[in-house]
Ligand binder design. Structure first.
Ligand code: SF4
Length: 181
């Protein structure tokens, strides 16, 4: 294991981008000679350590107040913050909620269709309060590198890791690289 720490965390979205780290296959094994993954799909720890994280990776959109807390926590603990995937970049598919509005979407999901919560809109504080507007990570914290795609290509994820670990900021990738599966 290397001394460079990489930590990931997951905001509002599907698990596609979070798990896309595993798409690196054998390159992930090579990476492990140079870095240590703390919170990640590899280690399955939930939170990044309090300090010393070189690369923080956030996937998913900012959809509720809890997402803001998670994004701020990661930002405060890492040197480089990478927003991976369309949801983290600009809200992506989670942002479709903006088209109808948060309250209308909640009513439709929990009150106007059959649900598993007895016709009530969940309001546990642990879930965070839904925001009126879904957005990307860069709207709440400074992001150093954006990697769009749904999910991004493994080659591009690897490129970003290689550049950051070499002390370089990755250049913007051509639009043709963005993958939408
Ligand atoms: S960008 Fe696509 S794959 Fe990634 S979290 Fe969003 S919906 Fe899932």
């Amino acid at each position: 294991m290397g001394n460079v720490l990489i930590a990931t965390d997951w905001l509002a979205a599907c698990a596609g981008c979070h798990m896309s780290l595993l798409d690196l296959d054998e390159r992930l094994v090579e990476l492990l000679y140079h870095v240590t993954f703390t919170s990640s799909p590899v280690t399955d720890l939930k939170h990044p350590p309090e300090s010393g994280v070189t690369v923080g990776i956030l996937t998913g959109a900012i959809s509720n107040t809890h997402n803001i807390e998670v994004a701020r926590r990661m930002r405060s603990r890492c040197t480089y913050l990478v927003a991976v995937g369309d949801c983290a970049t600009f809200g992506g598919i989670v942002g479709a909620r903006n088209l109808v509005g948060t309250q209308a979407a909640l009513r439709r999901a929990y009150l106007e269709t059959e649900s598993t919560v007895d016709g009530q809109i969940p309001d546990s504080p642990e879930l965070g309060r839904p925001l009126d507007f879904v957005t990307g990570v860069g709207d709440v914290v400074k992001v150093d590198i954006f990697l769009p795609g749904c999910p991004p290509r493994p080659d591009d994820l690897h490129y970003v890791f290689a550049e950051v670990l070499s002390g370089r900021i990755p250049v913007m990738l051509p639009r043709e690289n963005f993958r939408y599966d």
